[in-house]
Design a protein around this ligand. Structure first.
Ligand code: SF4
Ligand code: SF4
Length: 266
């Protein structure tokens, strides 16, 4: 979820990279499911989430739409998010449809990136937009995985691309329901629990800036002209089934190249 808020209002004053230790460990959320119950439309899916959902549920986009997922406009793009109300099971209380009766995530291994990240957030840096420097943190150091202190300005930019676009991790202050004194340090990459964190971060950066650049570009067109393009992007990255027997990233790159070719003709 892209939040239009000042970072100073929601962060703990430190930036982290995937190799840093961060004080958010919560014993696998044992006994708590607070952040899975009031999701609203905040869990916006990316193409990797869609791929993972299709693997886990054996369903495609068309089988899940208006049951577990819905679409909405996000900054001119049309993107799917997890529904808070489970239309397939109206008897269930509101909350994520993948939350099981034990209060545990029913798709934990394949949960969306947003859920993997929480309560971390990402602070994106885009030198091409003149926003290279992060705000000065109020806390002057961040703990690295070996326990030594490192200056926030020396925290490596995660997922950095050829334009030096990337992001830093930060903790969204006060978002997790568990008190801080019950938590312990975990390495960011372990918290995310993805197979290849470096490749994953590159994908995150590529997808984030693809959406941002395309959204900015589409704003130059009147709504009737840009909506079919936004729908076509939804179709290519989400509706068109992925091959679950092959790796996600080459499939994503192929689709991205095709969409970029189409957009370059506009
Ligand atoms: S609020 Fe915190 S402890 Fe509770 S489920 Fe979410 S991440 Fe886990
Ligand atoms: S997908 Fe899993 S972790 Fe994410 S909100 Fe739903 S139940 Fe919680």
């Amino acid at each position: 979820m892209l939040r239009e808020v000042s970072i100073e209002d929601i962060w703990d004053g430190r930036f982290y990279s995937r190799n840093d230790a961060v004080h958010i460990g919560c014993h696998d959320c044992e006994g708590c499911s607070a952040c899975c119950r009031n999701t609203g439309d905040s869990i916006i899916l990316d193409p990797l989430d869609m791929y993972c959902l299709t693997i886990w549920t054996h369903k495609q986009f068309k089988d899940m739409i208006e049951k577990e997922i819905e679409i909405r406009e996000v900054d001119g793009m049309i993107l799917p998010n997890i529904m808070e109300h489970d239309e397939s099971h109206p008897e269930k209380p509101d909350g994520c449809p993948f939350l099981n009766s034990d209060g545990r995530c029913g798709i934990y291994q394949f949960r969306p990136g947003f859920c993997r990240l929480f309560p971390l957030g990402r602070y994106y840096v885009d030198p091409t937009a003149g926003a290279a420097a992060p705000p000065e943190p109020s806390v002057p150091s961040s703990a690295s995985s070996d326990g030594s202190a490192s200056s926030p300005s020396s925290v490596p930019l995660s997922g950095e691309d050829e334009k030096h676009r990337g992001f830093y991790y930060f903790v969204q202050d006060g978002e997790c329901a568990l008190p801080d004194d019950g938590k312990y340090d975990v390495k960011v990459s372990d918290w995310l629990g993805v197979e290849n964190a470096e490749q994953y971060e590159k994908f995150i950066v590529t997808w984030h800036f693809f959406l941002k650049d395309t959204s900015a570009r589409l704003k130059r067109y009147p709504k009737p002209a840009r909506e079919p393009i936004a729908r076509s992007i939804l179709q290519i990255f989400f509706v068109q089934p992925y091959d679950r027997f092959h790796d996600f990233y080459p499939q994503f790159e192929e689709r991205l190249a095709s969409v970029r070719r189409q957009l370059s003709r506009l």
